[in-house]
Design a protein around this ligand. Structure first.
Ligand code: UDX
Length: 459
């Protein structure tokens, strides 16, 4: 694929964007990517961030970083229950954020010609602060448009009786949200399920009150959902993705990347022969599931690169749960790392399949590199993305929530060889062409970015 990335140009003085990402890897990455894209368009970029999961400012010397206190004690919250975490932070960050924004606004030089705040929509408290300080606020929703609308529909899903989930209805279709099945609805385990509904209501209301909505997606990927979103929210909507193909990207990784993945891939001889396995930055598996995954991989006979994030196996620090002799028994067919340079891995010519949790970034990155997926979503938007991958775009297989070695082994064989793979690869190629098109001059994301930059400069 043609490299569409733009080297940041010198910013035009006076046009300022203040970004406030949610402190989770899958949200920080696209926010910083958007920052880079806007920087290359002449805006100066300030990142307001919590101490919790703070981004690496040294990787972004061209941005101004402003840390704010989390307002909670260490151990009081963690990403294990991130709904509880964001519910808490939407309260504890109000004062620190308000002070920081007020200072930024009062310190601004006199020749500032425009200023806009862009936050994650989950930071719903920021709309009231922006209104009070009279600064326009836009939101960057880091998920797909489809999953965003499915998330917004959760109160309706409850009204209609689909939620809470009942075992007898899991396979039923949800006619209000095709192609979803009941089992694909956003399930997020949290200590108080009402928090999820409160969060959705607050998020939707403050989006409606905002100055606009930005997506890391592109029009041709989700045209019907984009039209629906425009009907639902009467604010300007911009689809500017995929972000990572449009900016020079320093690493926004919160974990150190193990670069041994690349020389290991280089050593593999056959193109598209390696399965890349990663379940993102938040997923946690039980020890029993971990063993099913491990034996499924081993028994498939395929070569694999497997990211096992420290702490992602319940009760283990890293690989302790693997049976002794497991790694030696692979005879070099498998390589396990704590965290990989995922973009490079997916673009590597020897990688032919991606076993993923379907976080939106991972899903979009796979689409951009044309790598068919094997879907094993855990929670939230991942379930929606996985259903779209299998049933709408038809560029992957779905494990249908069965983490069993035989199912896994069989799915890997189908993903990595045979007729089905050929068809998935053809459809992936067509999607990848759409990515190329949308980024070219005159393409949908190119135009949307033009419109967004003009809009931002008008504030
Ligand atoms: C979270 C939620 O889980 C997801 O559902 C939501 O869409 C975004 O927020 P996360 O689990 O981190 O995201 O998944 P994902 O969105 O795929 O983001 C992970 C990012 O980490 C990707 O950009 C990926 O390239 C990167 N990554 C992952 C690495 O750089 N190395 C790795 O080893 C694994």
């Amino acid at each position: 694929m043609e490299d569409q990335r733009v080297t940041p140009a010198k910013p035009r003085s006076g046009s300022e964007i203040i970004l406030f990402p949610l402190p989770l890897q899958g949200h920080i990455t696209p926010m910083l990517q958007l920052g880079n894209i806007l920087y290359s368009r002449g805006f100066s970029i300030t990142i307001v961030h919590t101490h919790f999961n703070s981004p690496k400012s040294s990787n972004y010397p061209h941005f101004d970083f402003r840390p704010i206190p989390n307002g909670f004690l260490e151990g009081q919250a963690s990403t294990v229950d991130f709904i509880a975490l964001v519910t808490l932070m939407n309260v504890t960050c109000v004062g620190p954020f308000r002070d920081c924004l007020a200072k930024l606004l009062s310190d601004a030089s006199e020749d500032r010609i425009s200023c806009c705040l862009i936050t994650d929509p989950v930071w719903h408290f920021t709309q009231a602060v922006a209104d009070e300080l009279r600064v326009p606020r836009m939101v960057l929703r880091t998920s797909s448009i489809s999953s965003f609308l499915a998330f917004c529909a959760l109160p309706l899903m409850r009204e209609k009786g689909y939620l809470p989930l009942q075992d007898s209805r899991l396979e039923d279709a949800v006619p209000e949200l095709p192609p979803l099945k009941v089992k694909d609805l956003h399930v997020i385990n949290t200590k108080d399920p009402e928090d999820v509904l409160r969060l959705i209501v607050a998020m939707a209301e403050t989006i409606q009150a905002s100055s606009g909505l930005i997506f890391n997606s592109f029009e041709e990927l989700e045209p019907a959902k984009l039209a629906e979103c425009r009907r639902r929210f009467s604010v300007p909507i911009f689809t500017v993705g995929p972000f990572h193909k449009q900016s020079v990207e320093p690493s926004s990784s919160l974990l150190p990347q193990d670069r041994s993945s690349i020389p290991w891939l280089d050593k593999q001889e056959k193109p598209k022969s390696v399965l890349y396995v990663s379940f993102g930055s938040l997923s946690i598996v039980s020890e029993a599931q971990f063993l099913e995954i491990a034996w499924g991989l081993a028994n498939s006979g395929r070569h694999f690169l497997w990211v096992v994030r420290p702490g992602s196996v319940r009760g283990s620090e890293w690989l302790e749960a693997l049976p002794s002799g497991f790694l030696e028994g692979l005879d070099g067919r498998g390589h396990i790392v704590r965290w990989a340079p995922q973009h490079e891995v997916l673009a590597h010519p020897t990688v032919g399949g991606f076993w993923t949790h379907n976080g939106w970034n991972s899903t979009l990155e796979a689409v951009c590199e044309g790598v068919p997926m094997m879907c094993m979503p855990f929670f939230g938007d991942q379930r929606v993305n996985a259903r779209y991958v299998r049933d709408e775009w038809r560029v992957g297989l779905h494990l249908e929530y069965k983490v069993e070695r035989r199912e896994i082994e069989d799915a890997i064989r189908r993903l990595m060889g045979g007729e089905e793979r050929k068809e998935m690869r053809e459809r992936m190629k067509a999607l990848k062409r759409k990515v190329d098109e949308c980024l070219k001059e005159g393409g949908s994301s190119y135009r949307s970015l033009q419109e967004l930059t003009e809009y931002l400069a008008s504030f």
